[in-house]
Ligand binder design. Structure first.
Ligand code: ASP
Ligand code: MG
Length: 412
């Protein structure tokens, strides 16, 4: 017998048929003797629709009211799920985030969990019910309903798995797990049986869309084992744990991100304080800077390049332009035609040839590298946007990610 928290995303519970299919799965699971706690997202694209309605009635809707509105999506889904379960003879009870004991701070639309007192959820489990908790929501110290932000239901599920001391947390979605590359770009992309928290965090930070990064961080902090699975095929998916990948892959995945842009501030004085001034001003304007490269200076001047989310490019450009005189810069250039490709793998730490092979692979494909950044287990290259898909394909091929890890080259 296992105690499991199962989270179902929007597409998994998109309509009455889907809700009944999930309820049927839960009923079988219970017949095997497992204790199941459910977390549900809003049905289908309801969160988007609610946000659109909010912007139709107000130019700048207050956060408190947005949270009240959006969390209604999960509330509806959890009530319907509890009804579908009861209909199959499985006793169930729905709970809002507040009822489930999620106390948060008051930062509306991006609330952080402060404390969880899951008394009612525990009681429900003890009485043999299936608790169905609305995801991504809680209540502030003032008693206002709060929303954790987009993708927050994964966070609800991981946090519940931790406080309920569940054996593991299953994240059900519309894909069968975590892949070695986006299967829409690389047909031979391989579903990973196993990936470490660290690798998955690097993957989500460099373009892999699911599961939500915040939830993976929480899972790593509390050691909650995650299973990423499909609610359509119900096949075993990808297990995410803190253990060293048993598969011994040098490289686990190649990710891509086409949502960033590059800025270059050229001809700035090479003296203390220049970078501090520029990046403080960007931070004060809430611009989220990612890769940063400063050239070796020549004759006392240098260039600084960095990437920002494309949506923040205009803000970043005006901050940098406003500092041209103060920094003594020659020019500020913005380029939104870039993409980033990254190789992720815990094994690269002990494999000195990985970077060389990555650059050689891109070179053989005629792809120019414009910026490079690394962490212990990731190498990222900024390239032309049009080169992104060929780069992902070439890297996937070169590092043999389509093969079982045991059959790949053992060094580069
Ligand atoms: N329904 C919310 C969203 O779409 C929360 C979630 O699904 O995790 O972002
Ligand atoms: Mg959703």
């Amino acid at each position: 017998m296992a105690r499991v928290v199962e989270k179902f995303g929007g597409t998994s519970v998109a309509g009455p048929d889907r809700i009944r299919i999930v309820a049927d799965h839960v009923a079988r699971r219970r017949n095997h003797g497992d204790e199941v706690v459910l977390v549900v997202s809003a049905m289908g694209s309801e969160t988007d629709e609610l946000l659109r309605m909010a912007s139709d009635v107000a130019a700048d809707p207050p956060g408190r009211e947005l949270d009240m509105l959006i969390t209604g999506g999960e509330r509806k889904a959890c009530a319907l799920m509890a009804m579908a379960l009861s209909d199959l003879g499985v006793p169930a009870a729905s709970f809002t985030g507040s009822q489930a004991g999620f106390r948060t701070d008051a930062s509306h639309t991006a609330a952080k969990i402060v404390e969880i007192t899951p008394r009612r959820v525990v009681e429900a489990v003890e009485r043999g019910l299936v608790p169905v908790v609305g995801g991504s929501q809680g209540v502030s110290g003032d008693g206002d309903v709060t929303f954790f932000g987009r993708g927050g239901s994964d966070t609800t599920a991981v946090a519940l798995a931790h406080v309920l001391d569940a054996d593991y947390c299953e994240i059900y979605t519309d894909v069968p797990g975590v892949f070695s590359a986006d299967p829409r770009i690389v047909a031979e992309a391989r579903r990973m049986d196993l990936v470490s928290f660290d690798e998955l965090l690097e993957m989500t930070a460099s373009g892999c869309p699911k599961p939500a990064m915040r939830a993976v961080e929480l899972a790593r902090t509390y050691g909650v084992e995650l299973h990423v699975r499909s609610a359509f095929s119900w096949m075993p998916g990808t297990t995410v744990t803190g253990e060293e990948a048993m598969e011994h892959a040098i490289i686990s995945a190649v990710t891509h991100d086409g949502s960033e842009a590059k800025m270059t501030v050229s001809g700035v004085a090479d003296k203390p304080g220049v970078a501090g001034r520029l990046f403080r001003a960007l931070a004060d304007s809430d611009v989220n800077v990612d890769m940063i490269v400063q050239n070796v200076s020549s004759q006392g001047v240098t260039d600084i390049s960095f990437t920002v989310p494309r949506l923040q490019l205009d803000a970043a450009r005006s901050v940098a332009q406003g500092l041209i005189d103060e920094l003594g810069a020659d020019n500020v250039a913005a380029d939104d035609d870039i993409a980033r490709v990254s190789l992720i793998g815990a094994g690269m730490q002990t494999n000195p040839g990985v970077a060389a092979r990555m650059f050689e692979t891109l070179a053989s494909a005629g792809i120019n590298i414009e910026m490079i950044s690394t962490s212990a287990i990731r190498i990222s290259c900024v390239i032309r946007a049009g080169d992104m898909e060929p780069a992902v394909g070439a890297l996937h091929q070169s590092f043999e990610l389509h093969k079982d890890p045991a059959e790949r080259a053992t060094g580069y």
